[in-house]
Design a protein around this ligand. Structure first.
Ligand code: AHR
Length: 497
């Protein structure tokens, strides 16, 4: 099977905002307790943060982490998580029906983020709370001192403000499962008034208005239109969330789901621009795809979970090789839309639907999905290019005209490096790609990383990494064209210099 592409320096999508390689830590399951934080563990530092986990987070070069939820934030009292640890309350955490002991809160998380070298995207509770809690939290985190909440922060040992720049106005407020869920009108009004107050406290912040919880929501995309009518003046981004599943065990159809992500993004872009036109505005709203991943392996087990435990194992999907291939395609899709998608968060980062896992015996390992995320984050920096692609196509249960070749291309001017990320969706055949790289004269292949496996269901468990990339890709240059050799059902990164 053969495909063709043309890559040119002048075919620019956009400068890539590194924050599209963001992730997410929620107070959910073992993400915080037993994930990033485990005092007494031999690998933990003086603050109780696991150094082995931090190392892997740093390896991924995660630029921003969303926190503290997720569904959890919609009934969260931020005040519970600050001040002396022995005075912090145990609470019923209603979103996941667990006990939250609040041993980690805003300040600890900011410390952790500093150690991980990442920024924080903080969410405020617009479910059970509203304007007041949000403006107080912002005063606590961002105001230098001399006021009630900024002085409270100083009293808690944090002399300098955290200066958190990016804030989510609630989480999935369209979802019937959300604590304090709202209609679009109700949310739009509350988000507008909260945003107004927050920008008065700190005009430097950026705000994310809640979009739909998924493109399957019955209120999509009217939710975006109605809420943005309210929040347009203050919002900088609108959020998108989507999780992908393979309940029917149909690999060809599963791997095509990045087309759904593509359609979702295009619809949200159109809706933002429709409101822009309606408002005669000069401002453009960008997209924050701040929850995306594969999530379905653990849903059945989680239904048997006993409520009211501290840090129970929840949403612990064990990812397969085919999940990693789709994750690679989802990353291509974000890059292709990097002119409007400026932030995105793989949900989540540790233990909960995550690339990084720990167990109770204190080990840590990489799930299959770690790899496409790692390579795209580390090497996908610079300018996203828009290649012209001619690929044979297939039809699957839910999709027609699915190209076997899925690709994204990044030019890193600083390093004089061209990076071709490429997925072969064909389940049986190698895909040969003739790639004209006409404006990159003299470039040669420096590395071809391949993620492949004979078994689509192969997984990585502690001590047994079945799925990991090799560096023996067979691509080469011929007459100024890159000849990309993509093994059947594989994800690839070809670097040229
Ligand atoms: O990431 C898991 C959950 O998925 C989040 O808490 C919620 O926002 C979404 O429904």
């Amino acid at each position: 099977t053969n495909a063709k592409m043309v890559v040119d320096k002048d075919f620019k999508v956009s400068e890539i905002d590194p924050r599209i390689y963001g992730s997410f830590i929620e107070h959910l399951g073992r993400a915080v307790y037993g994930g990033i934080y485990e005092p007494g563990h031999p690998e933990s530092d003086d603050s109780g943060f696991r150094k082995d986990v931090l190392e892997l987070v740093k390896e991924l070069q995660v630029p921003i982490v969303r926190y503290p939820g997720g569904n959890m934030v919609s009934a969260y009292n931020w005040e519970d998580g600050v001040g002396p640890k022995d005075e912090r309350p145990n609470r019923l955490e209603l979103a996941w029906r667990s006990i939250e002991n609040n041993q980690v809160g805003t300040n600890e998380f900011m410390d952790w983020a500093g150690k991980a070298g990442t920024d924080v995207m903080m969410a405020v509770n617009l479910g059970t709370r509203g304007i007041d809690a949000a403006r107080n939290l912002l005063e606590y985190t961002n105001y230098p001192g001399g006021t009630y909440y900024s002085d409270l922060r100083r009293k808690h040992g944090y002399e300098e403000p955290h200066n958190i720049k990016t804030w989510c106005l609630g989480n999935e407020m369209d979802g019937p499962w959300q604590l304090g869920g709202k209609t679009a009108e109700e949310y739009g009004r509350l988000a507008y008034e909260t945003a107004k107050a927050m920008k008065l406290v700190d005009p430097e912040i950026e705000l994310v208005s809640c979009g739909s919880s998924s493109s399957d929501m019955p209120t999509f995309p009217q939710w975006e239109a109605t809420t943005l009518e309210h929040t347009y003046e203050y919002a900088d981004y609108v959020s998108l969330h989507q999780y992908y599943t393979n309940y029917e065990n149909d690999t060809a159809n599963f791997l095509a789901q990045s087309l759904e992500m593509d359609r979702f993004i295009s619809t949200v872009v159109s809706t933002c621009d429709y409101i822009k036109a309606k408002k005669r505005s000069r401002k453009t709203i960008n997209l924050s795809f701040d929850e995306w991943n594969v999530w379905f392996h653990s849903t059945q087990t989680d239904q048997q979970n006993e409520p009211w435990q501290i840090a129970p194992p929840l949403l612990e999907d064990v990812y397969t090789f085919e999940d990693a291939v789709l994750v690679g395609s989802l990353l291509h899709t974000l890059l292709k839309h990097s002119d409007r998608v400026k932030m995105a968060c793989m949900a989540q980062l540790v233990n909960v639907i995550a690339p990084i896992m720990t167990d109770n015996a204190g080990q840590v390992w990489k799930q299959t999905i770690f790899y496409p995320y790692y390579y795209t984050s580390v090497y996908g920096r610079g300018i996203a290019l828009n290649p012209v692609v001619h690929s044979p196509k297939y039809d699957s249960k839910d999709f027609t005209d699915v190209p076997y070749l899925d690709t994204s291309v990044v030019y890193n001017e600083e390093k004089e490096e061209l990076v071709v990320f490429a997925t072969n969706r064909h389940l049986e055949n190698t895909l040969k790609v003739d790639c004209d790289i006409r404006s990159f004269e003299g470039f040669g292949v420096t590395e071809h990383v391949v993620l492949e496996h004979d078994d689509p269901k192969a997984v990585n468990t502690v001590g047994e990494e079945q799925v990991k990339p090799h560096h023996n890709g067979k691509s080469f240059m011929e007459d100024g064209h890159l000849q990309g050799i993509l093994p059947k059902m594989s994800w690839n990164m070809i670097r040229l210099h």
